[in-house]
Structure formats: C-alpha cells, structure tokens
Design a protein around this ligand. Structure first.
Ligand code: PEP
Ligand code: MG
Length: 579
C-alpha cells in the first residue's frame, strides 16, 4: 500500500530508490539466570558474538575507500585490539560462570566496571577512551540480540544507491557515508540548518529531516520517492507517482544544465552593481564541485570536518596539506579558512574529554573559539598551518563564535607568538594575512562598531545567529517552526552588522545558509549586503538571482520590511521584492 510521510525538506532534489535503514537504537540488555548445565553453551554464544564482531570490523576495514581522508583504519584497529583484550574477551566468561547469568548481563557488568575505572582516571585522553569500550560492547550486545544492522559502519557495503533512513545522523556519520553514493537521506530528527542538513546540501543529496515516527512505516528495501524540496517521502509509490517524479528528475537535470551557461558570466545585478559570490566548503575534495560551478573564491572553509571519525586530532602537517590543496586548486583565488568550530553537534572524540557533548546546553557551551582557547594543543597546530598556508596564496583567517573583544585579544596574542616562532624558524607566511570574525552570536552584531577596529573583515553566520537570537536549537525539529530568517530581530541584527561594517570601511559577507536561499537574495541586497558565500549546489541559482535583480527599489522595500511586525505582511513584502 502506498503511503506519504511529511517532514522538513532540507536539501532539494528528487531521489527514487530502495531504503537502507540505519538502526542506532540502544540495545536493551536482558538479565536472567541460567541453570548450570546451560552455562557452557552460553559461553559459546558469547565467544561466537565476539568472533563475529571481529569479522565485521575486519570486513569494514578491507572496504575503506582509498581516498578516505580520515583515519578510519586506526579507529577500527583500536576496536579490534579491544576485542582481543582479556578484559572483554575473558572476564565476561568468568562472570557468566560466577553469576550463572546470560552473556548480555555478564558483558554489561564488565562494561560498567571498565567505564568506572576510566571515569576515575585523571588523564582526559584515557578517560575519553571509555566511549570506544562502550561502542565495542554495544557491537557485541547487538550481535547477541540478533541485530543485523549493527551500526552504520558494516552497512557501508550496502549503502551505494540507497536512500538512507535513520532516527538521526551526526555530521560525522554523514561524512562517513559521503563516499558511498547515497541517493538521499531521511531522518526522524534534525533541523533545517543542522550540520547534517548543511552537509547534505553541500553534497547535493536530497534530504528530509524531522520525519517523526517514520521507521515503523518503512521497511528495509522498500521503494520510496524522496522530494527534498517539499519534505515528503512516498513509500511504495504507484506507477503514476513514479512516472511523475521521474519526469521531475529530468526537468531538474535540464534546469541545472541551463544554469551552467552563466558559469563564467560576471556576478552583477541587471543595473550593474557588482556582487561578490564565494563558495562554502567542508573538505578539499569539495573543490571539484566548486570548479564545476565556476566558483572563484572560498568564503567559508569549515575546517572542523578534518577532525571527524578519528581518534587523534590532525597534526600541523595534515592541516597544512589540506589547506594547500584548496589554495592550489583555486589558483590565486581567495580562501577564507575558518578555525575549527567543534562542539555542539560536531563532536570530536577528544573534545568529549572537555565534556562538550554532555554539557546541559552544548550549543551554549565549550564550542568553537571557546574550545580552542581552552585547548591550545588543538588550536596552535591549526593556527601554524593556516599562517604557513598564507604564503601559498590569498588566505584569510576567520574565527567562529566570537562573542567579545577579550576572546579576540587572546587569539591575536597567540597568533603574534606563532608569527614570531615561524619567523625564527625562517618559515614563510603572509604577515598581512587578513584576520576576521564570524558574526553569529547576537552580541557581535550589536557591537559591530566596537569590533571593526580589530578585524579586517566580517562574515554573518545566520545559522547560529538565528539560533541564538531566537533561542531555537537549529538541530531540533520540534522547534523548527520558530527558526525564522525573516524574524524582525534577525533582520535587524543583519542590518546592524552590515551598516556597522560598511561605516567602518570593513568588508562584510554572509556565509550562513540564508545566503544560499534564493528567496532572500534581493532582500539581502536591499539591506546593503554585497558579498555572499554559498554552498556549491546553490551557487549558480544564487548567481542567476543576482543577475536577474535590479537594485532599484530594493533598499526601500527592505527598509519597509524592517519596520513590519506581522509575519504575513513580511512574507507579502518579500513576495513583492521577488516578483
Ligand atoms: C553559521 O552559523 O551560519 C555558519 C556558517 O557556521 P556553521 O553553520 O558551521 O555553524
Ligand atoms: Mg556557525
């Protein structure tokens, strides 16, 4: 029977294919006693589960794509070693005999013991290793429970050309899967500007989030249609729907082909106002997409993705290598490297040792520059690498989530020390490398005039600016209805930032997702924005909108919108702007 489910469309496009379900649900461990004569069999059951866990990990290890940039093998090796250790291999067997209990219970007891031991350790690195133990134990538990889709990793071999359905996907998992030709994502949780949604857009993969309670209605291998624009998923569609959506796919392809004709046209409005249009990237590999659309500069390079799916932070050389690849590929174009923005939904194993993930409000906690200033071992190698990379081309350094001048002063001091160090080692760098900040905490927008004397440029990060201004978690679909780029408070903060920077003669851009949405381009031009940085998939559409726009009247309409209180009136005025 056909079925239609509604969620939030976060990445446009149509996908038709078979579903692959990723099951993250925690395993419920049953606890029961066994007669003595069953204990040997129980031990065999446990040993088989451990051996299957090893086979699964080896299977995954053999299939790591050659071009994977992250140290997935190291991560798997660590788990394999744990499976070989008597703490997990032998002690649970002793517990089965001692307590005359089932394997799951014995394993749980032993896991709790190990976690307690780790918790007592002062060394944050060692204490963070407990997460690995829990992951390995979960793998065995799931096998004992008879789950076949034990986690996303072993499923990799089956991911190609499927539509992935999960309760939620972390940005790290999304990265993990990007090599596997996924047709689309659909998750039960997640918000419009969660990093998973941003990645899906960046990869050009249709995606829907917030499909609450979808999994009971969809079985593995069901054929589905994903409409990433409308946020609708059709389960077991009839022939008519399939024909209609195949036709839409062909139209989409034709539209994209037509857009590519403006690839080399200058980016300026119909009445001749030049506009800067840059691209947002997450990986050096994204440069292929940048080239495809004719992008000439990077307005936001989210470097934190280099930290995902690995055990150790990247060293200076790895940072340097990644930045060099982007710079070389752009052949003289501008590259804005943002220092790492880990924390909140983008966790790195090590940052857990700072309790970032368990904080009551991770998005308000130790994230981005706050984490960096607390953990200089994480930060300094990156700063050194960015400075060294500045000798190779036009590089700018941008700091995320700054909320005060104090933080800026601290960063500037560290950069100064690194410059002296590089100089003493005769390592080349650009002494005039521009230094800028993201305006993504309302405090920054309100204090633009105080900040501009200390920076060379600014970039508005609307994803967080909206989240913090409206107190709406950007990853939480339950409050997604409140996440509104057109809220008067958001528009006023944007206007204040643009005016503040312009008056101080400092360039300001927008790299948040609002800039990638063609509905807002004219409004933003009317508010005085002349520089956009957008995801590669949106690039040509935004360029087309700019080329089709006339500045005449836009400032007047934008001013009117700023003074309008009702949402309906604002929407009406926006329609007038876009007409
Ligand atoms: C933003 O907040 O708008 C932004 C560009 O940064 P990120 O999405 O990486 O938090
Ligand atoms: Mg941000």
């Amino acid at each position: 029977m056909s079925l239609t489910l509604h969620g939030i469309g976060v990445s446009k496009g149509i996908a038709i294919g078979k579903v692959h379900i990723i099951n993250h649900d925690p395993v419920e461990v049953s606890e029961y006693c066994l007669p003595k004569h069953h204990l040997d069999d129980e031990v065999v059951r446990f040993e088989n589960a451990v051996s299957l866990a090893c086979q699964q990990l080896l299977h995954i290890r053999e299939r790591i794509p050659k071009d994977t940039t992250v140290d997935v093998a190291g991560f798997l090796d660590a788990h394999l070693l744990m499976l070989e250790d008597n703490l997990l291999k032998k002690v649970p067997i002793d517990l089965i005999y001692e307590h005359q209990c089932n394997a799951e219970w014995a394993l749980k007891m032993q896991c709790d013991n190990i976690v307690q031991l780790f918790d007592k350790m002062d060394d944050p690195y060692l204490s963070a290793r407990k997460h690995d133990v829990v992951q390995v134990v979960t793998r065995i538990q799931r096998i004992l429970r008879g789950y076949t889709d034990i986690s996303y990793e072993p499923a990799q071999a089956y991911l190609a050309n499927t539509i992935v359905l999960a309760n939620d996907l972390s940005p790290a998992e999304t990265v993990f899967m990007q090599h596997h030709n996924i047709l689309a994502f659909a998750t039960e949780y997640g918000g419009t500007t969660s990093h998973t949604a941003i990645l899906a857009r960046s990869l050009g993969i249709p995606a829907i989030v917030g499909l609450r309670h979808a999994r009971p209605y969809i079985q593995p291998n069901d054929t589905v249609i994903v409409d990433g624009e409308k946020g609708v998923i059709f389960v077991a569609p009839d022939e008519r729907s399939l024909r209609y959506y195949r036709m839409r796919q062909r139209e989409e392809k034709r539209y994209r082909a037509a857009l590519s004709k403006i690839k080399t046209s200058p980016t300026m409005t119909r009445d001749g106002t030049p506009v800067t249009l840059h691209v947002n990237i997450e990986f050096p590999e994204d440069m292929t997409a940048v080239k495809r659309v004719g992008g000439e500069g990077i307005g936001l390079y989210r470097t934190e993705f280099l930290f995902m799916n690995r055990q150790q932070p990247p060293e200076e050389e790895e940072h340097f290598d990644a930045y060099s690849r982007v710079i070389r590929s752009l052949k003289g174009g501008l590259v804005t490297i943002r220092t790492l923005d880990l924390g909140a939904d983008k966790q790195f194993v090590d940052s857990r040792s700072h309790e970032g993930s368990s904080a009551t409000n991770p998005a308000l906690g130790l994230r981005a520059i706050r984490l960096c200033l607390k953990d200089l071992k994480l930060f300094k190698p990156q700063l050194r690498a960015i400075l060294r990379a500045s000798a190779l081309g036009q590089v700018r350094m941008m700091i995320p989530m700054v909320c005060g001048l104090q933080e800026l002063a601290q960063v500037t001091k560290i950069i100064e020390e690194i410059r002296t160090e590089l100089h003493s080692k005769s390592l080349p760098f650009d002494p005039a490398m521009p230094f800028g900040v993201m305006v993504e905490v309302p405090a920054m927008a309100l204090c633009t005039d105080l900040v501009t004397p200390y920076v060379d440029f600014l970039s508005i990060g609307t994803n967080d600016l909206i989240q913090y201004a409206l107190a709406v978690d950007r990853s939480d679909e339950a409050v997604n209805y409140l996440y509104d780029p057109l809220h008067p408070a958001v528009l006023r903060l944007i206007k204040m930032s643009i005016d503040g920077a312009t008056q101080a003669g400092k360039p300001i851009s927008m790299c948040g997702e609002m800039a990638s949405d063609s509905r807002y381009v004219r409004l933003l031009l009317g508010l005085g924005l002349r520089s956009f940085s957008v995801n590669p998939e949106a690039y040509l559409e935004i360029k087309q909108t700019i080329i089709n726009s006339k500045m005449d009247g836009l400032a007047r309409l934008a001013k009117k919108i700023l003074k309008t209180s009702s949402q309906a009136d604002i929407t009406g005025l926006l329609e007038a702007i876009n007409a």
